[in-house]
Design a protein. Structure first.
Length: 210
């Protein structure tokens, strides 16, 4: 009887632990949904609960970092990003969210590159890495990363727009025009793309007259 009672106790403990972990995962999923909906305060609340239930849930820290970053609470966001990486160095999202917080382009590129190595399908990481290269005026590298972001997410108008800007900075106005037009096909109200398209066309006309 004692043996049976002990086995029942062990089973109950494992069952409780399983429900505990399931509850933390449920809170994480709720937080992710709220984040995608733009409800960053709600996401943070859910992710707080997930972390209370499972303090080793690296993905919860990563998403909470992203949510804090959206609210411009960069100190807390950086702390959470570092915690996510500490808990799971193989979680690409940890490096991605930390890259977004880097003020130094080279450090941002290093984080985005690691995020891409761990998650090659992360279009956001390619996009942001391209922007960091564009900030350094390394337009060829920027174009390469924007191109990969577009391959992964062909409906991202901003990726076409940014690649168009990179081409324009190389005076490659034909390709710039093609990208601005692609951005406008996706988002006809993209004002910046309209303006830069007009500028690129004027530059081509000017060059043809020269």
């Amino acid at each position: 009887m004692k043996k049976i009672a002990l086995l029942l106790t062990v089973a109950l403990v494992f069952s409780s632990l399983s429900l505990y972990a399931q509850s933390a995962q449920t809170r994480l999923e709720n937080g992710k949904k709220m984040f995608e909906q733009g409800n960053y305060d709600g996401a943070i609340q859910e992710l707080n609960e997930a972390i209370k239930l499972d303090s080793n849930l690296a993905e919860a820290y990563a998403y909470r970092s992203w949510a804090y970053g959206r609210k411009n609470n960069n100190d807390q966001a950086l702390s959470d990003a570092n915690k996510a990486i500490q808990l799971n160095p193989r979680l690409g999202m940890g490096y991605f969210v930390r890259g977004r917080l880097q003020s130094d382009n080279d450090r941002a590129i290093a984080d985005y590159t690691e995020a891409i190595n761990l998650d090659p399908k992360n279009a956001y990481a390619y996009f942001n890495c391209g922007s960091a290269y564009a900030n350094k005026k390394d337009y060829d590298r920027a174009i390469a990363d924007y191109t990969e972001a577009i391959r992964l997410d062909p409906k991202d108008a901003t990726a076409y727009y940014n690649r168009g800007n990179a081409y324009a900075n190389k005076n490659d106005y034909d390709r710039a025009i093609a990208d601005y037009e692609a951005a406008l096909r996706i988002d006809p109200n993209f004002t910046s793309a309209k303006n830069n398209l007009d500028i690129a066309r004027r530059n081509i006309n000017w060059n043809n007259r020269s």
